[in-house]
Design a protein around this ligand. Structure first.
Ligand code: AMP
Length: 249
């Protein structure tokens, strides 16, 4: 069984994101970029499935600018067997990514497609769901446990106030939540090995997909500044302030 894993190149989660002066988006020039953390979890899960003998091949896919090859090399250093870059300088919105992934699902025929539950840059939480709909596949989002056997995946997913267990017939789309696993550290020998692994590059036109954006960002602005807090001497003063000043108790 092949597993296709979508990995997005995003601003590193440690970077303090700044809004561009013209408020058209966030600054990404000269900013450290990394793999979306939920996608790292998705790759780790796919590699564990291959190590258990459930999957035979793990293919990492990224859509975007040529620098996404770095993200794909990281995915291959974690353990993906090969990678595909769909290269474009167009702004990619979730529907466009879902269409590109659908074209690759048709081409590669994976038994399982893994994505992150959301990208930490746009926070859309849409691509996996859109892909499942376009490809007519079963889907389980926010997975915290995945087991695959007998052509079925059993997925535990995090829902408000508890967890839900689903059986999906394969092929299926699953999106990874934070507690699914803890990704391994990438070692130097594996980084070196990843350099030699196969990386194919397509353009959206090669896959017959029009990636033109349908949504225009009108304005991006920073959250309002919060005023500084004050230190209080003791609990009694805190309670008095909450009662008399904040009037919340
Ligand atoms: P989103 O719907 O934008 O929050 O993204 C959800 C997931 O879709 C991400 O965690 C990735 O697995 C996948 N994804 C989104 N955009 C891309 C992209 N440009 N390239 C590869 N995967 C992507």
């Amino acid at each position: 069984m092949k597993v296709l894993v979508a990995v997005k190149r995003v601003v590193d989660y440690n970077v303090k994101v700044r809004v561009k002066s013209d408020q058209t988006g966030v600054e990404i020039a000269n900013v450290k970029m990394s793999m979306n953390p939920f996608d790292e979890i998705a790759i780790e899960e796919a590699v564990r499935l291959r190590e258990k003998g459930v999957a035979t091949e793990v293919i990492a896919v990224s859509c975007g600018v040529s620098q996404c090859t770095e993200t794909l090399r990281t995915a291959m250093a974690i353990g993906a067997d090969r990678a595909i870059l769909v290269e474009t300088t167009e702004e990619l919105q979730p529907l466009a990514v879902a269409k590109l992934l659908k074209a690759l699902v048709d081409k590669e025929q994976p038994g399982l497609v893994l994505l992150g539950k959301q990208a930490i840059d746009d926070d859309c939480n849409q691509t996996g769901q859109m892909l499942a709909a376009l490809a007519g596949l079963a889907q389980a989002t926010f997975a915290s446990k995945i087991e695959v056997a007998d052509g079925k995946a059993t997925v535990m997913r995090e829902v408000d106030g508890g967890s839900e267990t689903l059986h999906l017939s394969l092929p299926a789309v699953i999106t990874a939540d934070l507690r699914l696993n803890e990704p391994r550290y990438v070692t130097l020998p594996n980084i070196m090995k990843a350099k030699k692994k196969q990386l194919d590059i397509f353009k959206p036109e090669d896959l017959g997909v029009d990636v033109k954006p349908h949504i225009k960002t009108v304005k991006v602005s920073e959250p309002p500044k919060r005023s500084a807090g004050v230190m209080v001497a003791d609990v009694a003063t805190l309670v008095a302030k909450l009662k008399n000043e904040a009037k919340v108790i």
